[in-house]
Write a new protein. Structure first.
Length: 117
């Protein structure tokens, strides 16, 4: 039961990461990291495939070993936060538009303070 739950969550995260590769506001690497976490608890073979992946493997290993995010990843995340804030300010009324601003400030600060890979 537990293994099936993690396997399902791993595939869901993998699918969301794949979608994120084509949608600019949906992150890819965090979903791949989550998928690796889930596969580590359900399917070591699938986890190994993610860790050996030529695009995502190094990001996953950097996160696991050092909690590190690449400078390029940090810049991409902050650009997505900025775009979200601009959309919220343009299309949401006060005070609702302040929620994405607060989330971007908190999330962006946290991401920027991670070690660099």
């Amino acid at each position: 039961m537990k293994r099936g739950f993690y396997l399902g969550c791993g595939f869901l995260s993998l699918a969301l990461g794949a979608i994120g590769a084509f949608l600019p506001l949906l992150p890819t690497v965090p979903f791949m990291i989550l998928a690796a976490f889930c596969f580590a608890r359900s399917s070591p073979a699938l986890e190994a495939r993610l860790l050996e992946h030529r695009h995502f493997g190094q990001h996953i290993r950097n996160w696991r070993e050092k909690g590190a995010v690449s400078r390029k990843g940090k810049k991409a995340a902050l650009a997505a936060f900025a775009f979200s804030v601009v959309l919220a300010l343009a299309f949401s009324p006060l005070p609702w538009c302040l929620i994405p601003v607060a989330a971007a400030l908190v999330g962006g600060t946290w991401i920027w303070t991670r070690p660099e890979a």
